[in-house]
Design a protein around this ligand. Sequence first.
Ligand code: 5GP
Ligand code: MN
Length: 336
Amino acid sequence: MQELASLKELLANPQHIVITTHHKPDGDAMGSSLGLYNYLIQKGHHVRVITPTDYPFFLHWLPNNPEVIIYTEKIEDSKKYINEADIIFCLDFNSLSRINEMGEVVRDAKAKKVMIDHHLEPEDFDDYRHWSINACATAQLAYDFIVNIMQEPELVNKDVATCLYTGIMTDSGSFRFPTTTPQVHQIVADLIARGAENAKIHQLVYDNFSESRLRFLGYCLLNKLEVFEEYNTALISVSNDELDKFGIETGDTEGLVNYALTINGIKLAALIIERADKVKLSLRSTGDFPANEICKKYFNGGGHRNAAGGFSEKSLQDVISEFKSILPDYKSLLIL
Ligand code: 5GP
Ligand code: MN
């Protein structure tokens, strides 16, 4: 692993750079990626942001979003950019499986790889690393990279500030999760001072949904929510047919799992969704309950202690049953 500060020399001259982030990028993935993009282009670099898949409509307003390339839509161009890159920034993930088939292309590329991330247990594929599980968002680490490591706070312009604000806002649950330290608030204050329009960003991200998404939420809460009081656990499960019926698109199910956690006393909330190719599981927990442990042990996934995810090749019903069967093993932690 090389010293992060030595990137300063490497970035002193124009380079071919690729920025990538995880499968189904969320607000932090896109906010940190486009934040870094909007910073690097000011330094004269040739930069491409390549995402492994599409991402939600409510992130498409981010500054310079039209520059983003979706790998599955432009495979040959993407491979060329990755193979020709001098530097590849890997943002908001630390395991190459999180970028699907792009993972092998990135692994084999000659470029220096820079990981900027805040998830547990990083894999060893990078040359430079800015990593901390204490960061509330990758966008916080991207801010630290630009301001403190590269020592270029003047390059945090309105576009950079807007993107980084979005990343921090979404990954910190609008500044409410325990990782939202005084330092995070100081960073956010600086981003607003540098042009991030906080009220507008909240509106664009949180009040920008379709009518059917809201009706789908109502349907799930009324008909699909199960509460297991004995285990302080709540579950919402959704079939592919139900997604189709409401015309649910990428990103429309984001945040759904959090509603289950708002019930008084609930320590563990699960959302199990039948997608076209596999069943996706999202877990949220409170306090010390290790949601990531369940995802890692049973559902090919991982994540943070209080927000984790995974998937299964089994049927929706089997995944629901498997999830329920795990609860007794965790009873002592769930009733604490
Ligand atoms: P979500 O439930 O919103 O999809 O994901 C919550 C968190 O869980 C993400 O920030 C990520 O850290 C983690 N996560 C979600 N899906 C996966 C997965 O398939 N593998 C791993 N390792 N982590 C995941
Ligand atoms: Mn993140």
